[in-house]
Design a protein around this ligand. Structure first.
Ligand SMILES: O=C(O)CCC(=O)C(=O)O
Ligand SMILES: [Fe+2]
Length: 297
């Protein structure tokens, strides 16, 4: 497992840029591409594979929790799920549209912020450039998150008139793949991040790097310098269809990452012990705000 060395991270070349990109494919975005290298996945830890539902305790593994951890600014309602039909639609749409070949595993889409000066009663904002399925997902998230997050956080995530461009990054993980511990690039993305898990659950590891996180310019430095064994860590299970929101400390002071495992050791729903849950193919859809000048590398 390598969460410390950014050089080990994937470089997809052009595979991640999208026709909807604000950047019209002119800028290199590799710096942001940080899923683990597919080749390394072959070395993933599958020697200790356990059958699904095996409740034997792992010798040195603490089970991941199903309840929200005490991380300020992290919102994860254990009961919130994207409606089943919509989750299936989005998953199928992403597979058919973005992940047609085994080499495709990441795509980024961008929606321009509406131009406030161009808007008037006769001239409403132009329709979004995002695919209808993802707009439906955004609408559902706005409704589902309203009772879950404070009003100020809801307004940050779903402003009536966005002043920033929204980015959607969609990652495909096959079992055994993960993502290195990181803080989403500080110079490129704003506060208020929504993550949706589709197709399969997985455990996400959060680690407190305190001021180290906010002080560094990118997740790379954080992963390399801010982390030591004394940092508070929480392993959290993100079930299929679940939604998490990161703001404030959760966004700026804690790294998040996914270990390269084929199964996760997780608290049972009834609270009676823990169980191994096999990972399936997972698609994550992450919504972020682009910062002013965040497209300049
Ligand atoms: O798979 C996920 O839910 C996390 C993705 C992520 O952290 C990222 O793309 O920055
Ligand atoms: Fe991230």
């Amino acid at each position: 497992m390598n969460t410390q060395d950014p050089d080990q991270e994937r470089d997809d070349g052009g595979a991640c840029s999208s026709p909807d990109s604000l950047f019209d494919g002119e800028l290199e975005l590799e710096e942001d591409v940080h899923l683990d290298d597919a080749v390394d996945v072959l070395q993933a830890n599958n020697a200790d594979a356990r059958p699904v539902g095996d409740t034997r305790p792992a010798s040195n593994v603490l089970p991941a929790r199903r309840t929200p951890p005490p991380i300020p600014g992290l919102f994860l309602d254990p009961h919130l799920r994207v409606p089943g039909d919509l989750a299936r639609d989005v998953y199928a749409f992403c597979k058919q549209t973005y992940f047609r070949t085994p080499n495709d595993n990441q795509v980024m889409l961008f929606e321009r912020a509406p131009d406030p000066t161009a808007r008037s009663e006769n001239n409403p904002s132009p329709p979004s450039s995002l695919p209808a399925t993802l707009l439906a997902l955004l609408r559902a998230l706005s409704a589902e998150l309203a009772p879950v997050v404070p009003p100020a956080v809801h307004a940050l995530l779903f402003p009536a008139a966005p002043s920033r461009a929204r980015q959607i990054i969609i990652n495909l993980y096959t079992p055994g793949e993960g993502i290195s511990a990181h803080i989403d690039l500080l110079g490129r993305y704003g506060d208020g991040i929504i993550g949706v898990s589709l197709g399969s659950g997985c455990v996400m590891r959060f680690r407190d790097v305190g001021d180290e996180g906010a002080a560094h310019e990118s997740y790379r430095a954080v992963a390399g310098e801010g982390v030591n064994s004394a940092n508070a860590t929480h392993d959290v299970y993100l079930p299929e269809g679940s939604v998490y929101v990161m703001t404030g400390d959760a966004r700026y002071r804690w790294t998040h990452g996914i270990e390269r495992e084929r199964e996760d050791y997780v608290e049972r729903k009834d609270g009676q012990g823990a169980e191994w849950i096999e990972r399936g193919e997972r698609i994550s859809v992450t919504f972020r705000w682009m910062l002013e000048g965040g497209d300049v590398l």
